[in-house]
Design a protein around this ligand. Structure first.
Ligand code: HEM
Length: 261
């Protein structure tokens, strides 16, 4: 063996054998983000803001009730039949962020309770509000409302409409003159019942309380609520939560009192 060859085979790296470069592991990174409280908080903030954006657009769409049956039915028809695969991608994305938001928020709450079984004593409460202290409960109520709401209007499982004495029709069978799903009549039928109208009103108020703290808290988690912008973010949170409350309540009341027939 030549001396050059033997010197190559006996060279050792001072810190041991050089490890081959590992391919970046996306799964491990995601797991670390989910497991860390900071990562989970950021995901709760981002998914929460995503749900707020959906709720604003949904409310604007629902306000088409005031433009008459043709307007709201055409809008619903467009969303359901003209978007193709996009509709299912949007629905899957919405479901994913909804589930992620709930699971991570509940896990964070359970972790914080486990870390501090005794609640903070004075003066820790000075900064908190009813809205911030009840986030987990208002969130659970809103989640249950959404499940009821889907069963009510999207799946038509809950109630029917009496179209002739003794003859009930499922919400989803209602058709307008152009053969489209009659979303207008479905919503009117829905809120004509005082029980359902009250249930929706209560849910909208609970959603308002949840968003009142939720929106500004999300901005804070994302590092956007510094001293300079604190009051502007607080005002923005209130304005968005109140707009959603007012828009949705307006629809329920308008049907209930017969303004929309
Ligand atoms: C008074 C207030 C509301 C009214 C009148 C209303 C009305 C409706 C109607 C009519 C549909 C079915 C649309 C169709 O089948 O074509 C629907 C679906 C839905 N609503 Fe609402 N909604 C209200 C509030 C809310 C709120 C506050 C949320 C969430 C926090 C929400 C979340 C949803 C979701 C996730 C769907 C299913 C969307 C899909 O089919 O992909 N809604 N809503």
């Amino acid at each position: 063996m030549s001396s050059a060859a033997s010197s190559v085979s006996t060279v050792r790296h001072p810190k041991g054998p050089i490890e081959p470069a590992r391919a970046p592991d996306a799964g491990a990174f995601l797991k670390a983000v989910f497991d860390s409280s900071v990562g989970a908080k950021i995901l709760v903030a981002l998914t929460g803001l995503g749900l707020v954006v959906f709720t604003i657009f949904h409310m604007i769409g629902n306000l088409k009730m005031f433009a008459g049956p043709d307007s709201v039915n055409a809008y619903a028809h467009f969303l359901k039949h003209d978007l193709g695969a996009l509709l299912w991608i949007a629905r899957a994305g919405l479901l994913a962020i909804f589930v992620l938001h709930i699971i991570l928020a509940i896990r964070l709450k359970l972790r914080s309770v486990a870390a501090r079984p005794e609640p903070y004593q004075y003066p820790g409460r000075v900064q908190s509000t009813i809205s911030s202290r009840t986030m987990i409960w208002t969130g659970i109520v809103v989640g249950l409302f959404v499940i009821y709401h889907l069963a009510h209007f999207t799946f038509g499982w809950m109630h029917g409409v009496e179209v002739a004495p003794g003859y009930e029709m499922n919400y989803l069978e209602l058709k307008d003159a152009k053969g489209r799903h009659d979303v207008y009549s479905m919503v009117v039928a829905g809120f004509t019942s005082p029980f359902i109208a009250i249930l929706y009103i209560v849910a909208q108020v609970v959603l308002f309380v949840h968003l009142l703290h939720g929106i500004q808290s999300a901005f804070q988690t994302l590092g956007l609520k510094n001293n300079r912008f604190a009051s502007a973010i607080k005002l923005l949170g209130f304005a968005v939560a109140f707009t959603i409350l007012a828009g949705n309540l307006f629809i329920v009341f308008a049907v209930w009192v017969g303004l929309v027939k």
